[in-house]
Design a protein around this ligand. Structure first.
Ligand code: DC
Length: 221
């Protein structure tokens, strides 16, 4: 029987740098990568496109089921998922266990069977180390001060030509942190055995080097 895929679980708040890190690690290790936030974003955008309310459980579950039935790589790469509005809608649909249950199957399926026969997978999100892959041999919790994260998100939005002010982004980030951390189901929190990496004063390369050194100390790759 083939060995079980090696899973690297990466969690953390919005704009802490986990997506960039997850992609770089997957590249280096030749592992598959799943940005689980894009699943929630796709559900949020699906609700908005259908004229529904992301804070309405029925609308959100319906969109989650539609996504599960039709999911493709292309849907998850849609630039419309990267907007501020999509992120906000995502954090609203994410509060429902009924939505999370639908998306959980997609995530565990990916972890158990990484696409293209890859030997491992990197999954990044909010509850990968605690709920989706609690047995992952490597768990990273990537964090940064709210000011550093709001500043990064603000610059990202500016680069994309989206209208935004730093103050508004900071305020939305606070609301999003509260929704992600205070919800009753699968709240954002580090797993007990997670390695905590604060990227407030690190660039992407330095964060990558520290994460890789930790991974090499845990598993042979
Ligand atoms: O990482 P992101 O900004 O793309 O995530 C968007 C929202 O999706 C986030 O505010 C909370 C939710 N989310 C979640 O609840 N669980 C995950 N594993 C990933 C994202």
């Amino acid at each position: 029987m083939a060995d079980k895929p090696l899973i690297i679980a990466i969690d953390g708040p919005a704009a802490a740098g986990k997506g960039t890190l997850a992609r770089a690690l997957a590249d280096r290790l030749d592992f598959a990568h799943l940005d689980t936030g894009s699943l929630y974003r796709a559900v949020g955008v699906g609700v908005l496109e259908a004229g529904g309310d992301p804070a309405n459980e029925e609308d959100a579950v319906k969109a989650a089921k539609t996504l599960k039935a039709n999911i493709t790589e292309k849907i998850l790469q849609n630039p419309a998922l990267r907007t501020h509005e999509a992120g906000s809608a995502a954090s609203k649909v994410a509060q429902y266990d009924s939505v999370r249950a639908v998306l959980r199957e997609l995530q565990t399926g990916f972890a158990q069977n990484p696409p293209n026969g890859k030997a491992g997978a990197v999954l990044d999100g909010r509850d990968i180390g605690t709920v989706i892959c609690p047995d992952a041999p490597v768990k990273l919790f990537i964090t940064a001060s709210i000011e550093a994260r709001a500043d990064r998100r603000f610059k990202e939005l500016q680069n994309k030509g989206e209208a935004a002010t730093y103050g508004a982004v900071l305020e939305e980030m606070r609301a999003r942190d509260a929704r992600d951390s205070d919800r009753s189901v699968s709240p954002l929190r580090p797993a007990d055995d997670a390695f905590i990496l604060d990227t407030s004063d690190l660039d992407a390369e330095a964060a990558f080097e520290q994460a890789l050194a930790y991974i090499e100390s845990k598993i042979s790759i």
